[in-house]
Design a protein around this ligand. Structure first.
Ligand SMILES: Cc1cc2nc3c(=O)[nH]c(=O)nc-3n(C[C@H](O)[C@H](O)[C@H](O)COP(=O)(O)OP(=O)(O)OC[C@H]3O[C@@H](n4cnc5c(N)ncnc54)[C@H](O)[C@@H]3O)c2cc1C
Ligand code: SF4
Length: 377
């Protein structure tokens, strides 16, 4: 006999002759797994429905309710929505990412623009013109607020411009989606690093400030460099490559790290002329930090990797690495077995942190030792 559950309603229980309906399905609206997994909070099921019916503009409008960068995300987002798509259990995930890119590109081509509400008279200062700052600027401008963004570098975009390599995210795509935000009346002032946020707030009579400074500073490992060699950091190298000012890396480049940034650095090093790019990574393959798709593309381009190795010195004869062993708890142990690999340059891609000095004089703001702002519950 069927038993009622939370999701069913017993409708008729009286026993009788012939078939008797005992339960009715009950529709319960849950967030689909794709939507729940999307960091931008996209209403994916909504806009896929519009796209399926050919209502492209409505699809775009719905995307823009959450995210002003569909053409960027349709290319650079690692699409966790698709990893969670339960259609994948049947055959393959729905190509959400590709539809987002298609609709994002239609908007660029057709020059669609979002609507703005009546001006509210409120003024907001945003520090940093990366995707976080620009998204905030867009949402506030839509609500009718006056927004000014201050950006330290010479162009807006943050890591969309200075980090993610152009072969993965073409700069005209970034430029078009930023131009649309600027066209809503958002002021984006570049080359203006904010050093004293309270003074800026007061000077501009802003009602609020949104901080979106990202994580610009590379973490560094204490690896001695000799014979005039110096270790380069990954995000600096990527930004210099973007500016056309990358240093000469030589024939063989060692890259310390095994995350997505390390993959980008190794691939960029090859594009800058290195014949070999070798990742030096402290864990084994199952513990690789890069997404499998990012790593697969790098390996397909000939990037090599030394698993279970840590760099201990860089000098004229190359980079000395020590083999390590991994314990079951994920900890690594030195083995005392050293080897010197040829390397003309070594780049560190071992994470980044925020530079928050400009916040230190703000009353009530505490900065934790790992360079994040302390927040309460
Ligand atoms: C190499 C690399 C590749 C990546 N690839 C991908 C990818 O493929 N897909 C993906 O989804 N994510 C990727 N990411 C992560 C993604 O780029 C970041 O999560 C995202 O850029 C963070 O956005 P943000 O706006 O917080 O910070 P950022 O993009 O870092 O922007 C912060 C901005 O603030 C400015 N700023 C900082 N301090 C000040 C100040 N005091 N005054 C004024 N301006 C200031 C900076 O110059 C910068 O422009 C990648 C990151 C890196 C480093
Ligand atoms: S590809 Fe688009 S819909 Fe999917 S997770 Fe990324 S931003 Fe969200």
């Amino acid at each position: 006999m069927l038993k009622p559950t939370d999701a069913t309603r017993v409708h008729a229980t009286a026993a009788g002759t012939g078939p008797t309906r005992r339960q009715l399905p009950q529709w319960i609206a849950h967030l689909p797994p794709c939507n729940a997994a999307c960091p931008a909070g996209h209403n994916i099921q909504g806009w896929l429905g519009h796209a399926l019916a050919g209502r492209w503009r409505q699809a775009w409008d719905l995307m823009l309710d959450e995210n002003p960068f569909p053409a960027v995300c349709g290319r650079a987002c690692y699409h966790p929505c698709e990893s969670k798509c339960n259609r994948g259990e049947l055959d393959a995930a729905v190509g959400i990412h590709a539809v987002e890119r298609l609709v994002g590109d239609m908007a660029r081509q057709e020059k669609w623009s979002p609507l703005r509400r009546e001006p509210t008279g409120r003024r907001v200062l945003i520090v940093g013109a990366g995707p976080a700052g620009l998204s905030c600027a867009y949402h506030l401008a839509r609500l009718g607020h006056t927004v000014e963004v201050r950006e330290a570098t010479e162009e807006p975009g943050g890591m969309m411009r200075w980090g993610i390599p152009a072969y993965r995210l073409p700069r005209d795509v970034v430029g078009d989606e930023i131009a649309r935000i600027a066209a809503m009346g958002v002021t984006i002032a570049c080359g203006q690093k904010v050093e004293d946020v309270l003074a800026e707030k007061e000077k501009g009579a802003f009602d609020a400030v949104f901080l979106a400074v990202g994580a610009q500073a590379s973490n560094r490992l204490n690896i001695p460099a000799a014979d005039g060699r110096r270790l380069i950091d990954g995000v600096t190298l990527l930004a210099e490559a973007e500016r056309g000012q990358a240093p000469r890396l030589g024939r063989v480049v060692g890259v310390i790290g095994g995350g997505n940034t390390a993959m980008d650095v190794a691939r960029v090093a090859k594009r800058l002329g290195a014949e070999e790019a070798v990742l030096i990574f402290r864990y084994d393959r199952p513990h690789m930090e890069a997404l499998p798709a990012e790593a697969a593309e790098a390996f397909a381009e000939g990037v090599k990797i030394r698993w279970l190795s840590v760099a201990s010195r860089f000098g004229a004869s190359g980079v000395t690495v020590e083999a390590v062993e991994m314990g079951p708890d994920g900890s690594v142990k030195p083995t005392g077995r050293f080897e010197t690999l040829p390397a003309d340059s070594v780049v560190m891609a071992v994470g980044q942190h925020s530079e928050l000095d400009f916040l230190r004089n703000v009353p009530g703001v505490a900065i934790e030792p790992n360079d994040v702002v302390a927040v309460d519950d």
